[in-house]
Each structure stands twice: as C-alpha cells, then as structure tokens.
Write a protein that binds this ligand. Sequence first.
Ligand code: EPU
Length: 299
Amino acid sequence: MSLPVRALGSGSNVILKRYLDGLIIHVGLLGRSVVDETADDVVVRIGAGENWHETVLWAHENGYYGLENLALIPGSVGASPIQNIGAYGAELSDVIERIEVVHSGSLTTRSLLPSDCQFAYRDSIFKTEKGRDWLITAVDMKLSKTPTLNLSYPALEVAISSSEKSPQALLRAVIAIRKAKLPDPAAQPNVGSYFKNPIVTREKADALGARYPNLPQYSARGGAVKLSAAWMIDHLGWRGKGGHGALVAKEHALVVINKSAKYASQIIEFADEIARSVEAEFGVALEREPQVLGSDTPV
Ligand code: EPU
C-alpha cells in the first residue's frame, strides 16, 4: 500500500486539522558540524531535527556570523527552507549553500543547490507538488568568520548604538524586538504571522498609497510592491479582537492566537473573516502563511 508521506518538524508553522491521512515522519536527525572552511567563511551542516534558535546561538557562539537577524524563530532547521524563513531584513536563502534531501517514495538522496530550490518570499520548491516529496535531512549554510551586521531593518539601526555595533549587540537587539512585538507561542499558541505580506503591482500600490498614505510599502522583486498586512488588519480595528475561540494579538495584528478553539476550522474561519474585511476595504487578497495539514473528517 502506498501512503502519502509528510514530514513534520516541530509543528510551529502548521495548522493541524483533526485527521491526518498517511504517514507523518517526525524528522529527528541531529548534528552540527563544519564541512568546509576558508580564511573568511565556514560552511556548516545542520541536521534537520536540530532546533533553529539553538542553531543560531551555536553558530554565533562559535564565531560563525550571519544568522543573528533570524534569532528566536520557532521551529526546526529542516523546516526552515520550506518557508524560506525571514525576519529583520534577512532571509534564510541569503546563506543557504546546499540542502540534503531524500525522496519519500524512491528513497533516492540528492544535494540541492539554492538554484534548485525556487526560493522566494516565504516560499520554496518544497511547498510545490514537485518538491513536496523531498524530505529535508540536513541544511548547509555559508557563514562568515568576520563579524558582518545586517542592519537594514530600521528598528535595528536605532536599537544598536554606533559604539557597540557588534554581532552580540545585533543578536540581543533582535531577541529584544521579537520578545516585545511577538507573543511567545509557548505561552500563547500561535504560528507567528498568520498572513504573508501581499505583493501587488506598482499601479495598485500607488492607488492605495493615495488613499492610505501611512500604509507601509516595501519594494519587492521585479518592480512589484509588498504591502504591510499587519497595518491593514490593524487599521480595520482587529488588533486585540477575538472570535471563534481565536484572538488577534494585542502586540501584533498579524498574529492570531488560539485562546479556546478546539478545532483548526475555528481558527481558519476567524482568519478568513479578517481576510474578507481586508479584501473589502483595500481590494487586496491576503494569503495564509502557515500550511494547513489534514482534514476535518476521517479519511
Ligand atoms: N504594523 C501595524 N500594526 C501592528 C504591527 C505592525 O500597523 O500590529 C505595521 C507597522 O507600520 C510596522 C509594519 O507594520 O512598521 C511592519 O511590522 P513588522 O516590522 O513587525 O513586520 P511585518 O511585515 O508585520 C514581517 C514578518 C515577520 C518578521 C517581521 C520582522 C511576514 C509575514 N512577517 O512582519 O515574520 O518577524 O517582518 O522582519 O513577512 C513570521 O513570518 O511568522 C514572522 C513573525
């Protein structure tokens, strides 16, 4: 019998429905090592089952720099390329060197290069039909042995005084900003940003900018414009509001917290209401960021 196979890391970015069809593999492969080194850089290989934040700390403490902006993102290393995790001006694809995978059907192994992975904003080949059957076993990242600081996110530049521009100060600042802005999933169940920031044409962005001058806009690939979903949701008064056993976090309008919902469908219904109100006001469709797994009825 051929079962559908899915890998699950620590489940921090999935919405789990009641029934899961097939075989779920929890990837527990551990190990962190240096597999290549020059005078300036190292390539580290991290087992897919390692915790992401602990890996950021491990790299930083060993003097391998470049992951500081991605501190405190919940989840496992093996899950990180699927969403191409990103925060505070950095994306995982900036440092990816290679991804080791095994095909869940044929058990063939492959080393994928970044050019094979179709990395984009919170997206990769692993979310597509073609890439879904490749299970990630290890991730190789190229990190710098000389301190490099990515201060492109404006609040970071402000948080770090010019006298202490160091990777240590950057790491501390990212952790402090995240703790202040994003509710801790261990204390208040959430999947981080529930929606992606929508990407629209320049014309659409200009029209919205004329009506909503405070709506943050960021340039995206190919001349397109990324809009702040949090701002639009906040503008419509959702921050701190609840429904269906869920709640929009008071700290950040993109975060939906599960207060008392028993089923994934309640969270999804609540978030759909938010998306409908954004569409009605701004004419912009919001896309869910986490993946939904399973179904409401037995299969
Ligand atoms: N804003 C509001 N109300 C809010 C929150 C934010 O109006 O409640 C506005 C503010 O103008 C703020 C702007 O939105 O300046 C942007 O907010 P923020 O810097 O927090 O970034 P974001 O675009 O909302 C993205 C990521 C986060 C990541 C931050 C920081 C997505 C979907 N989310 O959020 O990632 O931590 O940038 O880089 O791209 C995640 O993916 O789970 C996640 C938390």
